[in-house]
Every structure is written in structure tokens, then in C-alpha cells.
Design a binder for this molecule. Structure first.
Ligand code: PMP
Length: 336
């Protein structure tokens, strides 16, 4: 199929890219699923499309309707772009701590943004809970109606990975895949791919950033600290995670994940966001635990320009006491 009918048909079927340094360091074949090549430049386009299609099929989302969502940004970008192509408006509730670039992209994509303070889920003003209340109000007042996408507890999210990401990985590797690992935001990716591939004998791992709650829920061990990564780190078993159990769970500090992101850009030309570093670090841990010769797939979640003002900003990194890659500052002296 060379001509795609619309934006929805450009989502998914992303390539698997061999990650050279991670593979060489572990003696395994570590492959990255290039989700940054989706039209919204992240893995969340898949969930956005499935949630919209599901809401249309259930009769909840009608032409001219509005989609409301609480999101760290990427799901909102997917919803806004797919929404634009299908005739829906979007209202996005985002924690104010998320990167300016994602907020700019959301506005560019036509979303109306509501920025809220970053507070834990137990606080009623948490972005997810706030968005649920806002959706209920808008559903009652907007003439075209409104729905709450609710990515965390809407299993149409993980269904996108059960039906597309998982089977794509299986086909692209011709079934020669031993492991899959990624971090969790909603948990849709890890649980959905897990549900597709665990029955085929593939081991599935969870890579959790420091300070995230799932590590303790799955291992019983504390996970102190914090992370500058965005879009990942979950504190509860969301509906998308229900019925899924990881075979391996790792706690990944930023000091381990971020240098992998910097090296990947400098040496392999792949410009990725911070969650991808957590994923690759997790894949390398899993590779070492499983031993050489295995094939392990992880996710290249989103494009790095989305974090230029933070992850790729030497001043920001210094402020957070994180390592600054020398090349980020380095410039060649050009002749006069
Ligand atoms: N990485 C990034 C950059 C994200 O935005 C997200 C989703 N918030 C994830 C990873 C995690 O994906 P999921 O919601 O499927 O767990």
C-alpha cells in the first residue's frame, strides 16, 4: 500500500532498528521499535487512534464532538492530530512541569490546553482526575458532546499494542525474539505487548525510573529518588496493567539512562526522549540477565526535539546535577 487514505493509516508499522552500542556491550541483539516515526512522533499515536475508534464504535463520540484527556503530552498530541483528521476537537489537561515543546505542539495541533500543578494521583486536582471531571462537565454542556479518553483505565489503549505493536514485533523478527522491555506510563505498551508476546514464550520486562511506584508493587522493594524523564512512572495498577505480570522488573536511575540517550544521538543518529534511555538501560540489564545471544526488543518512544529545553539543555542538566555530555556544549572553531 503506497498511498495512505488519511493520517490514521500512517500510524504503526514502524521499523525495528538495531541498537549498535547496546547490542555490542551485551552480546545480545537489542532492537528498538521506532515509535518516534509515527505522525505524532511518539508511541502514543497508536493508543490515541484505538481510543478514538473505540469511542466512535460505542456511539459515544459523534461528529463535532470533543475529546478530553489528561496527559503528559504525547497522548494529547496523538489525540489532537487524529482528532483534527477526523473532525473532533480536543481539550488537554497537562501538568505544568511538562516540556514547553510538547505544550507548543499541542496548541499547534489545535488542542485547547489546561495546565495544572503536578500533584500526585491521590490529590483530586491531579491532571488525570481533573480531566475526568472536566470531561463530565463538557459532556453535559457542549452541543457536540464530549468524551474522556482516559488512557490509564481505558483498555482500548493496550488493545492497540495487543493488536498492532506486539504482532508487528513478532512478524518483523520472524518469531526470533526472546525478550521485550519498556517503561510504563499508562502501562498500555508494556502490558499490551506483554499480552501479545508472553503466550508465545517471550519474556517481558518493566523498566521503572527512580521514584516510580510500580517497582515496589512488583518487587516489594522501595524505589526512592526521582527522574527528569517525562511520560513514564506509574504509582498504581491501572486497568491497562491488570492481568499483566512482568517477568523482570528493573529500577533505572537517570544517571544510567540519560548517557544512553546522548550516546545514541551522537553515535547512531537517533534523537530520542528520556524514556527511551530508561528503556534501553532496561534492555541492557535484561540482556545481561538472560545472557549473550538473545534478541531483545525495546521501544524508541518519542522524538528528542520534544525535550530540547530540558534533556538537551546543559544548564538544565547542571541544575539537576546530571551529567552533561561534552559534545552538547562543544563547537568547532570556524575560520574567520
Ligand atoms: N514514553 C513517553 C515519552 C511517553 O509519553 C509515554 C506515555 N505517556 C510512555 C513512554 C509510556 O507509554 P504507556 O502509556 O504505553 O505506558
Amino acid at each position: 500500500m503506497t498511498i495512505r487514505n488519511d493520517l490514521a493509516h500512517t500510524i504503526g508499522n514502524t521499523p525495528l532498528i538495531k541498537l549498535r552500542a547496546a547490542s555490542e556491550a551485551t552480546g545480545c541483539t537489542i532492537l528498538g521499535k521506532a515509535e518516534f516515526l509515527n505522525p505524532g512522533q511518539s508511541v502514543k499515536d497508536r493508543a490515541a487512534l484505538f481510543m478514538i475508534k473505540d469511542a466512535i464504535a460505542r456511539g459515544d463520540l459523534k461528529p463535532g464532538g470533543t475529546i478530553v484527556e489528561g496527559t503528559a503530552g504525547n497522548t494529547g498530541i496523538g489525540l489532537a492530530l487524529v482528532g483534527a483528521s477526523m473532525g473532533f476537537k480536543t481539550v488537554i489537561v497537562i501538568p505544568e512541569t511538562q516540556s514547553q515543546e510538547k505544550k507548543d505542539m499541542l496548541r499547534l495541533a489545535g488542542a485547547q490546553l489546561v495546565e495544572v500543578p503536578a500533584v500526585p494521583y491521590k490529590n483530586p486536582n491531579n491532571y488525570v482526575r481533573y480531566s475526568g471531571r472536566l470531561a463530565a462537565k463538557l459532556a453535559a454542556t457542549l452541543p457536540g458532546g464530549a468524551i474522556w479518553a482516559n488512557q490509564f483505565d481505558n483498555v482500548a489503549n493496550r488493545q492497540s499494542h495487543i493488536e498492532t505493536t506486539g504482532p508487528e514485533i513478532w512478524e518483523q523478527t520472524a518469531g526470533k525474539v526472546d525478550g521485550f522491555i519498556c517503561a510504563a506510563g499508562s502501562g498500555g505498551t508494556v502490558a499490551g505487548v506483554g499480552m501479545a508476546l508472553q503466550p508465545k514464550g517471550v519474556k517481558v520486562g518493566l523498566a521503572d525510573p527512580e521514584g516510580a511506584g510500580l517497582f515496589k508493587l512488583y518487587t516489594g522493594n522501595d524505589n526512592p529518588g526521582n527522574s527528569i524523564t517525562e511520560g513514564i512512572g506509574q504509582g498504581r495498577i491501572t486497568a491497562n496493567l491488570e492481568g499483566f505480570t512482568p517477568d523482570f522488573t528493573y529500577r533505572i536511575p537517570d544517571a544510567e539512562a540519560l548517557p544512553l540517550v546522548f550516546d545514541l544521538l551522537q553515535n547512531e543518529g537517533l534523537c530520542m526522549g528520556g524514556s527511551t534511555g530508561v528503556n534501553i538501560a532496561g534492555a541492557m540489564r535484561m540482556a545481561r540477565e538472560m545472557g549473550p545471544g538473545h534478541t531483545i526488543v525495546t521501544v524508541l518512544c518519542d522524538y528528542g526535539t520534544r525535550y530540547q529545553s530540558k534533556l538537551f539543555n546543559p544548564d538544565f542538566l547542571r541544575e539537576k546535577n546530571l551529567p552533561v555530555p561534552t559534545w552538547l556544549d562543544a563547537r568547532v572553531d570556524l575560520p574567520a
